[in-house]
Design a protein around this ligand. Structure first.
Ligand code: SAM
Length: 242
């Protein structure tokens, strides 16, 4: 049986406050060349996901980024929060890992100096399940991979309840091909594999969105050699039905 409930979350929190923090900080920081070939490939894939997310949000005429309220759930080192803040969005950058949040804060302080329109995000250490309030846009990139199906669906429902106009999420798609890749990867676990990775079917994610009253308006797919992500931009069904 798979671990469900607090088990995954506590393991994920511990990981991203220790070895996972060090690993992902290096992967996400383009100024660091202390990465191997696989990590460099993942850096490139992830950068494409961030760029595609920014493009989706910049193309939304009903939600001008300057002045929009954005909740970046599981912000990591701020890869998305920082460019959003530079675009004038009012960002809540939150993450379950205190180490991640302080690194995001440090990077935001650096970025603020070189970006005149920068609006310093609000930073919070908390899990996304405990986020409250309403935001024009809620974004959650590369977080669902850490949780099994039921938990991921609960998370989507909660994120949807926080969002007014847009919900943007990415996940590693569950297809036969990726399942096999992942299994092969598990036969030869590298030192970095400290947490489980969960793939999600598009059907499951779309159903969770639909159950929450949202529909997928736009899809992206990002893939490099070692990084795969589906990117969904969702809107409330009522607003988008015309
Ligand atoms: N979203 C960021 C990005 O794309 O640059 C970071 C992605 S990183 C692979 C996953 C992040 O999710 C980590 O920073 C981790 O601490 C955070 N995380 C994991 N579970 C979480 C939860 N339940 N609530 C909030 N953040 C969580």
């Amino acid at each position: 049986a798979e671990a469900v409930g607090g088990g995954d979350k506590e393991a994920v929190r511990a990981y991203f406050n220790s070895t996972g923090f060090e690993r992902w900080r290096r992967i996400y920081d383009p100024a660091t060349d202390d990465v191997n070939r696989v990590q460099l490939d993942i850096r490139e894939g992830h950068a494409q996901t961030v760029a595609a997310t920014l493009a989706m949000l910049r193309d939304a005429p009903d939600v001008p980024l300057a002045g929009a309220t954005v909740c970046d759930a599981g912000c990591g080192t701020g890869s998305l929060s920082i460019p959003l803040a530079s675009a004038g969005a009012s960002v809540l950058a939150s993450d379950i890992s205190a180490a991640m949040v302080s690194e995001a804060q440090r990077q935001a302080a650096l970025a603020a100096g070189s970006s005149p329109g920068f609006r310093m995000p609000r930073f919070e250490v908390r899990d996304l399940e405990s986020l409250e309030g309403r935001y024009d846009v809620v974004v959650c990139l590369d977080v669902l991979i850490h949780y099994p199906r039921e938990e991921a669906q609960k998370m989507i429902r909660h994120l949807a309840s926080l969002a007014e106009k847009r919900l943007v999420i990415s996940f590693a798609p569950k297809t036969l091909y990726f399942d096999v890749l992942k299994r092969v990867g598990e036969l030869f676990p590298g030192p970095s594999k400290a947490t489980r990775a969960y793939l999600h079917s598009e059907k499951d994610i779309e159903e969770a969105l639909r159950a929450a009253g949202w529909r997928v308006k736009n899809k992206g797919f990002i893939s490099t050699q070692f990084y795969f992500a589906k990117l969904y931009e969702a809107v409330p069904v009522a607003a988008g039905s015309s």
